[in-house]
Ligand binder design. Structure first.
Ligand code: UN1
Length: 517
């Protein structure tokens, strides 16, 4: 742990680490309460962090406004050039930062590195966009009138991220916010402050070298009160929030109440459907990764699996064998390259896992494999370990718990007879984030992505529900909150749009042929 922290210039003296930065002159600070960061695999305390007080948040918001007022005058491609340098600095530290993600969040090493890669990828997208983003030019109906849309920056973009992607989700937002001319302020999850501090240090080294304001990427570590301060402050023009549905509902309403903009990325309860004509080996691998990757703690984790009744018993026995080959043999220290399943992030997550399994059984679900919290040996004894679990559901109407997102490796499996039935089951939950269909039949695939198909924001055919690339926008429908982040046209949300009409004649032209002489 010490070597990972020191590789990223984080102090290992045991003194609390400052978790607030918004000015190079003032440097790292933080006068709010101390917050502990733990290693979920061992239960060890990694460090203590000094969080932001309400004064710190107020000062940081003032600083982001000042930073934005200068940055908005910098041409897009010049902003892109700075982002290109940040991309380089982050890419140079990809292994160290990935290891810190593993240490603090608990995901396995290749996934920890993978999410830093995700930040790098979205920066590539941002660098390119910095030369091309803008609005439409159109044809005016009036003589000597020039009509076009302009994309000015918004001001301050607040980003509240969740523990499960402590780097990538800030990256999605910051990269686009940065090139469109905003200042960004980040409030990471209370349990992953070190990753946020290390990421911010790397970004700041580039901002400082370019003599740019630190508040272009400000950091305010803290808990719910710091989040609330950003949510309710009018100076935060766009608030991007990733977290639970319950909290997201509050955030969305509060931000809307002050006519701010919000971008919500909330729960997922992702279904996968296996048709009888599918490549079953591929489907098996995809569903195992989707259900067990990040120990079931991705928003995109496969939580509900619908099997065609003709292949169900064969598929279930292969799946159970796959689970048995992973747990316990491939469960353990997430920094070990052989590990496939790491710990849950917190003690409370273990309790929620146990409560969900108990409910599923009480409601008629049958545990096929797993179902229990695990006591590991040695250094891992005080970590947050649970068995990867499959619950067979015969009556989906009775097993109500299946409708809720439990952030743990629990996969509910049930059967169907027709595609229509499978789509109805897939769409029968409030969350609409990601989904997968396994088939070789084109017409089945097209029905699935068509108007009467899956209602999810992300649809995969013959692929995993999780692990989306950044090229297309990321986000979900229904109670997932409707936000679209990273690729596609997500950048548009970081802009203040105006439709501009420029009359370069000497006469007043009225649209629609209106006369007012
Ligand atoms: C999340 O779980 O909040 O598609 C984000 C994926 C990742 C991002 C997940 N690229 O699984």
């Amino acid at each position: 742990a010490r070597s990972v922290l020191s590789s990223l210039d984080l102090p290992t003296s045991g003194e609390p680490i400052a978790g607030v930065l918004y000015s190079h002159n003032k440097g790292w600070c933080g006068s709010g309460p101390l917050q502990k960061s733990h290693n979920p695999a061992t239960g060890d305390v990694l460090a203590e962090v000094r969080t932001a007080s309400s004064d710190d948040v107020g000062n940081a918001l003032k600083a982001t406004r000042t930073a934005y007022e200068a940055w908005r005058w910098v041409p897009g491609p010049k902003r892109g050039e700075v982002l290109r340098q940040i991309r380089g600095a982050l890419n140079d530290r990809i292994d160290d930062l990935g290891a810190l993600v593993t240490l603090e969040m608990g995901k396995i090493a290749s996934e920890g590195r993978g999410e830093v890669q995700e930040f790098v990828d979205v920066m590539d997208l941002g660098v390119g966009l910095s030369r091309s983003f803008g609005g439409a030019l159109a044809q005016s109906e009036r003589n000597k009138h020039f009509v076009y849309e302009t994309a000015n920056p918004l001001g301050t973009v607040g980003v509240i991220t969740a523990f499960n992607f402590p780097v990538a989700v800030y990256g999605w937002n910051m990269s686009l916010s940065f090139i469109t001319g905003n200042a960004t302020i980040w409030k990471p999850a209370p349990t992953t402050p070190l990753t946020a501090i290390a990421t911010t240090k790397i970004i700041q080294s580039v901002l400082e070298a370019n003599k740019l304001d630190a508040a272009l990427s400000a950091l305010v570590c803290g808990g719910g009160e710091v989040g609330d301060a950003l949510v309710s402050d009018k100076r935060v023009d766009l608030l991007s929030f990733t977290g639970s549905e319950a909290r997201g509902r509050e955030v969305g309403m509060k931000v809307a109440g002050r006519f701010g903009k919000s971008l919500l990325e909330l729960g997922g309860n992702n279904g996968a459907i296996v048709m009888p004509d599918a490549n079953l080996q591929l489907a098996l691998q995809a569903c195992t990764f989707a259900a067990l990757g990040t120990a079931g703690q991705r928003c995109t984790t496969n939580r509900r699996l619908f099997l065609h009744s003709s292949i169900a018993s064969h598929f279930i026995s292969s799946l159970v064998s796959a689970y048995k080959s992973i747990s316990p043999a491939r469960m353990g220290d997430p920094l070990d390259s052989k590990t496939l399943v790491g710990p849950l992030h917190t003690r409370e997550a273990v309790q929620r896992f146990e409560a969900a399994v108990e409910k599923a059984e009480a409601q008629g679900g049958k545990i096929l494999v797993g179902g229990k919290a695990v006591k590991m040996e040695g250094d891992l004894a005080a970590g947050n370990w649970v068995e990867p679990t499959i619950v067979l559901v015969e009556d989906v109407d009775k097993v109500e718990i299946m409708k809720q997102e439990t952030f743990a490796p629990i996969l509910y499996v049930s059967t169907f007879d027709t595609l229509e039935e499978a789509i109805r089951l897939n769409n029968s939950v409030d969350q609409g984030l990601s989904t997968a269909l396994f088939t070789k039949d084109l017409s089945t695939a097209m029905q699935f992505v068509g108007p009467a198909g899956a209602d999810s924001g992300i649809i995969n055919v013959n692929g995993s529900t999780s692990g989306a690339e950044i090229t297309l926008p990321f986000g979900g429908n229904g109670s997932t909150g409707g936000g679209r982040e990273s690729g596609g046209e997500a950048w548009k949300q970081y802009c203040r749009w105006s439709s501009c009409t420029l009359n370069w004649s000497d006469e007043l032209g009225l649209a629609q042929g209106v006369k007012f002489d």
